[in-house]
Design a protein around this ligand. Structure first.
Ligand SMILES: [Zn+2]
Ligand SMILES: [Zn+2]
Length: 340
């Protein structure tokens, strides 16, 4: 090694950049009410959860690709599609042209094949993922190196045994009020998972609806407590029952809502009543909900209607000791939390 290179490396080490362990990074890509969550493990491996909407200008594919570039990714190792609605698989054909995708994981065949649009999107997915597809069952582990990801729900089936440390009875179940039948049944097929990194626990349930949430938390809580909760179903009141939210007791919630999708007052109320909840972050200001009911503006990544939206990200960076910092990339505002 030349003296110059050695000196440069030594300088980097002094600056604390030498072999510093990488953090787990989670990016919420704003897709105007679509879902796309990018997870980059400390190992450098990546998993994208859902590919948001199809748009004539490939808006969401470009936004996801920009987040991949920001994270320094050459490829997406795993694409997890929670279910086959257009706001979760829409940009896949365009995205697959921008960046290679390793493996595809999902719940199995769509249950809405009688709808021509769903059937066409599903068929395109099957072709795209040929030879690289894995159908997930509850209890499966998703092999993203450096973190532990456990599937807790898939194709309408929940895990039957509690996750380690979970299993306490849930007293709130006595007050559960069932909703009517879900009009878009593929929501209930959503893959849901818990990601654990050290003490830190993150949950993403796709669009699983109110009645199906019960399978995981009633009569006993099979999940345990969660640090960071991606509000289910874009923060809609078709999901996010008090029995579910108050069982997992998140410290931080991130709502991947859109300007006109998700974030009704009732969901904010359930979140704010949840024991131990400290903050709610939002991908979008919910324009149909009073401003004072939305979270503090500095924790909202996008404020305007879709036509003017810049698609700012929310990012969470988690260290090996379980300390995590959430940042609004619109204004740089951030806050740090401790895992439980
Ligand atoms: Zn959705
Ligand atoms: Zn859906």
């Amino acid at each position: 090694m030349s003296r110059k290179i050695f000196a440069a490396l030594f300088g980097l080490c002094l600056a604390g950049l030498c072999a510093a362990p990488r953090n787990l990074e989670i990016y919420w890509i704003d897709a105007e009410g679509g879902a796309a969550t990018l997870i980059v493990a400390p190992s450098g491996q990546s998993m994208l959860v859902d590919t948001a909407n199809r748009a004539p200008d490939d808006r969401d594919a470009k936004r996801i690709f920009a987040a991949c570039q920001k994270a320094g990714l050459q490829k997406i190792d795993i694409l997890l599609t929670t279910h086959f609605h257009s706001d979760h698989i829409g940009s896949l054909p365009a995205l697959a042209k921008l960046i290679p995708i390793g493996e595809y994981m999902d719940h199995g065949e769509s249950v809405e094949m009688a709808r021509p649009q769903v059937a066409a999107a599903y068929k395109a997915y099957v072709e795209q993922s040929e030879g690289k597809r894995k159908i997930l069952k509850p209890g499966d582990q998703i092999p993203l190196k450096g973190v532990d990801i456990r599937v807790i729900m898939s194709a309408g089936q929940a895990i039957t045994k509690p996750l380690p440390g979970a299993g306490a009875p849930n007293a709130a179940c006595a007050d559960f009020q069932a909703h009517g039948v879900e009009p878009d049944p593929d929501n209930d097929q959503s893959v849901g998972f818990v990601l654990q990194y050290g003490k830190f626990r993150f949950i993403d349930m796709g669009d699983l609806t109110w009645n199906y949430e019960q399978k995981l938390v009633c009569p006993s809580n099979l999940i345990g407590k969660i640090d960071l909760y991606q509000t289910t179903h874009h923060g809609l009141d078709r999901s996010n029952s008090p029995q579910f939210v108050w069982a997992i007791q998140p410290r931080v919630a991130v709502m991947n809502d859109g300007p006109r999708k998700g974030g009704p007052a009732s969901v904010f109320e359930i979140l704010r009543k949840s024991p131990g909840l400290e903050d709610i972050w939002q991908g979008h200001l919910a324009l149909g909900t009073p401003k004072e009911v939305n979270t503090d503006e500095k924790m909202i990544a996008n404020l305007g209607p879709s036509a003017q939206c810049e698609g700012n990200l929310i990012e969470a960076s988690v260290d090996a000791k379980g300390k995590y910092t959430v940042t609004n990339l619109r204004n740089g505002f951030s806050k740090t939390y401790e895992s439980r």
